[in-house]
Design a protein around this ligand. Structure first.
Ligand code: PMP
Length: 427
């Protein structure tokens, strides 16, 4: 179905004028295939993004030329691997404007990064009577670890509510006035909601947390590859993200932590590589980042993650943010016209995704039908079960966009959804 809205037409024109995005598609080998006899339309980017040739080449080059274990080797390959790994750390630090590469801990992803803080920091700092604050829109990865930390310490977990029947009002910032008291020791919140497309005012949240002396933890899983991010400007204490959502490999992620906090934190995991001295009685720890990277690190994927940073910065993160938001606005406009659709999240500015539900068609049916049309969507609770329950939904369908998606693909999505509704008797 064609959008008749002026907004849709304006948006389409802006995208075409913005820059030459057609070259971008050529960088991603996986996009050039047919699925069920149709050209693939990949709209599952919030789950994981595709990888450009540059990232794939970095992985292959490392394994073909440099593969070795890092840090303790004195031979050429080990030194090259070490240079590559530590170079990747410095590149990631630059990507988020961290003051010091030592503030970058390589992890498996957002989930592990948040768990490290939830275990190490919470164990040392939380006690009964303290409050951990998070929000109602968190992914399970930024919710369950805090439930566990609260249980283990006797602290209380509280949530900043979301506003509106479709959470269109975002976080209830007025509620912060009563929730954010000096009893709050840590405030953990997402930058961008993976289910709603809400972009939270993280600078304001950090500022207000600081005013009561609370530590801040930002879940940047959905923002890191999509918009500029500057940890020093934000003044956050910890920030977590995954490589695979920003054109990097799976199995690599980052925990950023302010140096002075990291150096005071006990390691959560112990073993080789993170100790200064070991005797039969005990051990002493290296400073950050090694202290938090026990065992052989994921060298190859860290190096490829640095290649992803280069790739995204060459495109320009301001431009990526505008491109994604414009595609999302175009999709929102087109989908709004479909009968019986319920669209979640903000009605205005949003990140590059739309999440929706039909009264009579289950999200899994939508995803299955769209797949017949070569379109990759995601249906389910998106690891947001409490939020879904609050909104009275079991699941939604989510279309999420990235640098290689085009307005034509939004047309294909809209046409496919029309076909689905027709099949189920809704249009
Ligand atoms: N937080 C958010 C907002 C996410 O979207 C995701 C991934 N869906 C995660 C955390 C967890 O990321 P990972 O599975 O890579 O650890």
């Amino acid at each position: 179905m064609e959008s008749t809205g002026t907004i849709g037409r304006t948006i389409t024109r802006t995208i075409f004028n913005m820059s030459d995005w057609s070259n971008v598609r050529a960088d991603f080998p996986v996009l050039h295939q047919q699925v069920n006899g149709k050209p693939l339309v990949y709209l599952d980017n919030a789950a994981t993004a595709q990888k450009p040739r540059r990232v794939i080449d970095a992985l292959v080059r490392y394994y073909e030329q440099d593969n070795s274990n890092v840090h303790r080797g004195l031979h050429a390959l080990s030194m090259r691997a070490t240079d590559g790994y530590e170079g990747a750390r410095a590149r990631v630090a630059k990507f988020i404007n961290a003051a010091d590469p030592a503030e970058i801990i390589f992890t498996r992803g957002t989930t592990e990064s948040i768990n490290i803080v939830a275990r190490s920091w919470s164990q040392a700092h939380l006690k009964p009577g303290d409050v951990v604050l998070t929000t109602e829109m968190e992914h399970h990865s930024n919710l369950v670890p805090w439930q566990q930390a609260a249980k283990a310490s006797g602290a209380t977990l509280k949530y900043v509510p979301v506003l509106g029947d479709n959470a269109e009002g975002g976080l209830d910032l007025a509620a912060l006035d009563t929730l954010l008291t000096p009893a709050v020791k840590l405030f953990a919140f997402t930058h961008v909601s993976n289910t709603l497309g809400t972009v939270n005012s993280v600078d304001e949240l950090c500022r207000r947390a600081r005013a009561v002396g609370a530590i801040t933890v930002i879940d940047a899983a959905q923002s890191i590859g999509h918009m500029p991010l500057d940890v020093r400007a934000l003044g956050c204490d910890f920030l977590a993200f995954s490589g695979h959502k920003m054109c990097g490999p799976t199995g690599i992620g980052v925990l950023y932590g302010r140096r002075e906090l990291l150096d005071k934190l006990a390691p959560d995991e112990t073993g080789g590589g993170m100790v200064v001295q070991v005797n039969y009685e005990g051990a002493t720890w290296k400073p950050a980042p090694e202290r938090f990277e026990a065992g052989t690190p994921n060298v190859a994927d860290a190096i490829a993650l640095a290649a992803a940073c280069d790739y995204l910065d060459a495109l320009g993160r301001e431009k990526i943010a505008a491109h994604d938001a414009e595609l999302a606005a175009l999709a929102y406009e087109k989908l709004r016209a479909l009968p019986g659709i319920r669209l979640l999240g903000p009605t205005g500015a949003r990140s590059g995704l739309v999440s929706f539900a039909f009264a009579d068609v289950h999200a899994h049916d939508v995803v299955t039908f769209a797949d017949e049309d070569g379109i990759a969507l995601r249906g389910g609770h998106h690891c947001n079960q409490p939020l879904m329950r609050k909104l009275g939904l079991a699941s939604t369908t989510r279309a999420s966009f990235y640098v290689y998606n085009t307005p034509d693909e939004i047309d294909r999505l809209a046409a496919s959804l029309q076909r689905i509704l027709k099949f189920f008797g809704g249009a």
